[in-house]
Design a protein around this ligand. Structure first.
Ligand code: PGA
Length: 248
């Protein structure tokens, strides 16, 4: 974990949480819990505005899960960076594996989104990760390098967050092992330093993929892990609290 920085705990709510549920969730996070980690809630776009005020008061960051790269226009169904900001969001997930696999998002589109987010003052949280075949065949270093290099052309090292989420670990209940996370995130850090020089050392690196109370302590203790991106275990305040209680 990076010195003098709080451990990042970032629930990605995916397509869960009505406005009422999101408000109840935020309401039941007490201030000491909110203070213990850098808490970032990636809410459905519809719920950002509903939780913006209370999260701001509690020092909790709110973000969106996707965005389009244009500022405005006839892009039915899309939302822009200025819209996210106006609703009260400061961060945005880009290139989540489900966006890549279910919605065909490419590294080129990821790059357009990351640059647009930075241009408009949003912090992009860029997800990268390999499929199981790529892990077993040993091709994962190449895949991750490609996602970083292509996804981050023309991008500044700050504001930027990277999440390593092995696709096979997402939603499977089976996180990557401590050794896999240590080795792979060390590799990612080296690629970021090649890409950005010294500034690459300061880009927060999150682990995601079945992070939960049962494995939070051992994964959070890995040197190269600055935080977690959490799906399922981030949908209930109890499990979120159990995770936050174990992070450094
Ligand atoms: P999971 O999801 O924690 O349920 O595996 C992680 C994610 O999709 O970001």
């Amino acid at each position: 974990m990076q010195k003098n920085k709080k451990f990042i705990v970032a629930p990605n709510w995916k397509m869960y949480m009505t406005n009422t549920q999101a408000q109840e969730f935020v309401h039941s996070i007490d201030q000491s819990l909110a203070n213990k980690a850098e808490l970032m809630l990636f809410a459905p776009a519809t719920a950002i505005c509903a939780i913006a005020e209370e999260t701001r008061r509690k020092g909790i960051i709110v973000g969106a899960q996707n965005m389009y790269w244009e500022e405005e226009g006839a892009y039915t169904g899309e939302i822009s960076a200025p819209m996210i900001k106006d609703a009260g969001g400061t961060h945005v997930i880009v290139g989540h594996s489900k966006r890549r696999t279910l919605f065909g998002e490419t590294d080129v589109e990821v790059n357009l989104k990351v640059r647009a987010a930075q241009r408009h003052g949003l912090t992009p949280l860029v997800c990268i990760g390999e499929e199981m075949e790529e892990r077993t065949s040993g091709a994962y270093h190449k895949v991750l390098t490609q996602q970083i290099v292509a996804g981050l052309i023309g991008v500044r090292a700050e504001p930027l967050i990277i999440a390593y989420e092995p696709v096979w670990a997402i939603g499977s209940g089976q996180a990557a092992t401590v050794e896999q996370v240590r080795e792979t995130m060390g590799w990612i850090r080296r690629v970021l330093v090649e890409q950005f020089g010294g500034a690459g050392c300061n880009i927060p690196l999150l682990y995601g993929g079945s992070a939960k109370p049962e494995n939070a302590a051992e994964l959070a203790a890995i040197d190269s892990v600055d935080g977690f991106l959490i799906g399922r275990a981030g949908l209930k305040v109890d499990s979120l609290k159990a995770i936050i209680d174990q992070v450094p």
